[in-house]
Design a binder for this molecule. Structure first.
Ligand SMILES: Cc1ncc(C[n+]2csc(CCOP(=O)(O)OP(=O)(O)O)c2C)c(N)n1
Ligand SMILES: [Mg+2]
Length: 394
């Protein structure tokens, strides 16, 4: 496809030419590839899977299949243990779990390079693990201990780790989206081929900043993939009750961006399409939106009994359990048997227990360090008043 789209025709060059890619005039091939990809119809891959589940599984090395199972089971058991520790008052504040979303979390992790950046919402423990942060440091952050990812001051919703490039953990719905676009802009300016992935829930697609961010990402051709985890519920509100267009992947079309929908309970499907979109962003600066459809197995947060959910919705969620589904698939093709499944479960349980032990044995942060990490650089006149301090000092 060589026709000039209105988008190309009106693109102005007030911005500095990105270092990462050759100037437009010299990049005919990549421009063509990008235009073709943008013009190709967005796809709902849940409706038309490209290949059968069996043939996709058969194409993988058994070790890969088992590792995906182990990683998903780790997230599952880690989150179950987190809920237990919360009930024991070892963890405070708000706490949201990835139960039911393990295939999306692990599939995405398998598609990203270690140097790619990840921004998430507050439901991020699994993503922190998938990005490669030591489980003990993740649990320690939940426990509010100084060995945690944010030195114990962030808690469940504010994990952050520059080494593995998890740039948060954001409690404000949509707060991460403009920041992620800013990171993608920084990559574009500096050069290099890293990509930003910005995870969010489906409720977030109705926040103004979502639209502003997609617009800029498309206009400036930034290396970013927006991952919308459609667990079909924002707190207690269904996607149909909150979104005029509940096919969220179609929203990409408003920005001439590639949009895809994938079964978020199918770890291989998530890994493959996320990988494709991430590589297109890396290669051509082509941003994309990926909607991963899954089910939230429990309430919005650990204290939510989710009484608003019908029995039908609960049993639908259970029947789409990604970890059980994957285990059954691997057992049926002989990649797992009872012994190997048991060995994986034992090693996962030991890993989670070690994380809890590490967290529990770690010290609480010193109150005097409360303000040390609020800003990256000193801010004149910033208040350092602790809760019990007088309002005014003489
Ligand atoms: C700006 C803003 N408005 C409202 C809230 C309260 N709130 C917290 S989570 C949430 C629902 C978000 O749902 P979704 O984006 O689908 O994410 P999920 O919890 O399903 O992962 C709301 C409304 C908030 N944190 N920030
Ligand atoms: Mg949701």
């Amino acid at each position: 496809m060589t026709t000039t789209t209105p988008q190309q025709a009106t693109r102005t060059s007030t911005r500095r030419a990105p270092k990462r890619r050759p100037p437009a005039a010299e990049s005919t091939a990549s421009e063509q590839a990008r235009t073709a990809a943008t013009d190709s119809a967005p796809a709902d891959r849940t409706a038309t899977p490209t290949a059968s589940f069996e043939s996709r599984v058969a194409a993988e090395h058994p070790d890969t299949l088992r590792k995906l199972y182990r990683d998903m089971l780790f997230v599952r058991r880690f989150e179950e243990r987190t809920a237990q520790s919360y009930q024991q008052a070892k963890i405070g504040g708000y706490c949201h779990l990835n139960l039911g979303e393990e295939a999306t979390v692990v599939g995405l992790g398998a598609a990203m390079r270690p140097t790619d950046y990840l921004f998430t919402n507050y439901r991020e423990h699994g993503y922190a693990l998938a990005k490669g942060i030591e489980p003990g440091r993740v649990m320690a952050e939940l426990y509010g201990r100084s060995t945690g990812t944010s030195k114990g001051w962030g808690g469940s919703m504010h994990m952050y780790d520059t080494e593995t490039r998890l740039l948060g953990g954001y409690a404000i719905v949509g707060g991460q989206v403009p920041l992620a676009v800013g990171a993608a802009l920084a990559i574009d300016y500096r050069g290099g081929d890293d990509v930003v992935v910005c995870q969010m829930g489906e409720g977030t697609t109705n926040i103004g900043a979502f639209h502003e961010s997609l617009n800029l990402a498309a206009l400036w051709k930034l290396p970013i993939v927006f991952l919308v985890v459609n667990n079909q519920t924002g707190m207690g509100t269904t996607v149909e009750k909150s979104s005029a267009e509940p096919d969220l992947w179609k929203r990409a079309a408003a920005y001439r961006m590639r949009g895809e929908r994938v079964d978020g309970t199918d770890v291989l499907a998530v890994r493959d399409i996320a990988g494709e979109l991430i590589e297109a962003a890396r290669r051509d600066g082509q941003p994309a939106l990926l909607e991963a459809v899954s089910h939230r197995l429990k309430g919005h947060s650990v204290v939510d009994p989710a009484k608003y959910r019908s029995e039908q919705a609960v049993s639908a969620a259970r029947s789409h359990d990604p970890v059980e589904r994957w285990k059954a698939a691997l057992l049926s093709i002989g990649v797992l048997d009872d012994d190997s499944a048991g060995a994986i479960a034992s090693s996962v349980d030991a890993g989670v227990a070690a994380a809890v032990e590490f967290a529990d044995a770690s010290p609480h942060p010193e109150p005097s360090s409360l303000f040390d990490y609020t800003y990256a650089t000193p801010v004149p006149g910033d208040s350092r008043r602790l809760p019990a301090d007088p309002l005014f000092t003489a």
